[in-house]
Design a protein. Structure first.
Length: 57
């Protein structure tokens, strides 16, 4: 069962209107990039902090 099928079956089990459509979740468009973006952002942050520490020394 895919995640969208699980979500639809889960939402219907709580008495939601079966005719209603799920609103578009913008977070789902970004989640697939998180495993790539977080390490890159961490590396850039560590580089900047090291650069500042060397500059201040």
């Amino acid at each position: 069962m895919s995640t969208s099928e699980a979500r639809h079956s889960h939402s219907h089990s709580h008495g939601d209107n079966p005719g209603s459509t799920q609103p578009h979740d913008p977070i789902e468009d970004v989640v697939h990039a998180v495993p790539l973006v977080l390490p890159i952002a961490g590396g850039v942050l560590m580089f900047l902090l090291a650069f500042i520490a060397i500059y201040m020394a």
